[in-house]
Design a protein around this ligand. Sequence first.
Ligand code: TPP
Ligand code: MG
Length: 424
Amino acid sequence: MNAPTTAPLQLHVPEPSGRPGHETDFSYLRVAPAGQVRRPPVDVLPGKTSDLAHTLIRVLDPEGRAVGAWVPEADAALLRRGLRAMMRTRAFDARMLIAQRQKKISFYMQSLGEEAIACAHALAIEPGDMCFPTYRQQGLLLARDDIPLVELICQLMSNARDPLRGRQLPVMYSYKRAGFFSISGNLATQFIQAVGWAMASAIKGDTRVASAWIGDGSTAEADFHTALTFAHVYRAPVILNVVNNQWAISTFQAIAGGEATTFAARGVGCGIASLRVDGNDFLAVLAASRWAAERARRNLGPTLIEWVTYRAGPHSTSDDPARYRPADDWKRFPLGDPIERLKQHLITIGAWSDAEHEAAKSALEAEVSAALKEAERYGGALIDNHVPPIESMFEDVYKDMPAHLQQQLAQARAEWQRATAGGS
Ligand SMILES: Cc1ncc(C[n+]2csc(CCOP(=O)(O)OP(=O)(O)O)c2C)c(N)n1
Ligand SMILES: [Mg+2]
């Protein structure tokens, strides 16, 4: 007897629900109304957070009111500070994008549309905690008053005042004093580094916690899964942030596994308490970040948070999103614009006005322009062909330069002199 016929096997290849010229259907997002999701105590067992990993924690309702169990304690002064941090980040990004187009800097990456995540998180962690950011968390630095804008721009220009002395790509900052670990371009390395740092903090009996950052696309890297295993097994004091901005350059988040389940659900599967949060809701980000930081600091273990947001700009200055998604996607994104939403909330509670908003916007734009002007005075790789001294290739690796590097430095100096003298 013949076996019953079956259809040929085929693979499922996820596709975005929108493409250029055809609107995105955002119903795939699994959005919950504001105020609907429960807030468990911070010592909840990880396995009991499964529902929180499949829904969406939101605080701000469509009218700008803060509702539900996740409303954080935050006075108007703190919220105005948060709004200013987001506006400053956006003003900085916008001006640096223009500077790249003007060929003052070679490369830039914006965080347009995602500002609430880093800016609110910065207000939820403590001095001494260490973030392991990707290139899209500049808000962690711009939310602070102790990192001069001029210095950031000098890094972008690789000029004489670049604190990293031209050794890092533009935007790959490093600020130990601000708890901002050197950015690595190798995606997902942040996760294993952060978990290792958090484990070391616990081994030393310290009180500082780590915060790891990764994008939706990068969760497909093995490092992500290795980090979850170590964080779970040793209950490392770490916050595991997954920024799901829907895109990894031109690849839709479903290709990294966001279609049949959520990124937050990865955490629960690994025995890690997990939340899925509206990343464009400043109050929700503040509340969830505090919840996770408290768990880490009280030695209750790691928390994974999926921040749902939208990468409103191109991936970088080298990308053209009009080729792979509808141009008006961000305007139609159901979670809106984080700045507009917090502004509306502050106006609703009588702590802000349109006039104050416009004045703050102009002042921040002026601050960024003045900083750019000053940074330009120190030259730059594209402005005056600034080349760092050859010694800088050999310095800062060892405390005392070993003999073999001293020899190589002498040789490099001699060859550099010959090459530059030989041109005439
Ligand atoms: C290990 C590794 N693979 C590939 C790249 C190239 N790359 C740089 S950014 C990027 C997309 C990352 O997307 P996602 O993780 O979603 O972060 P997003 O840019 O959206 O913030 C890729 C593939 C890289 N830098 N490192
Ligand atoms: Mg992404």
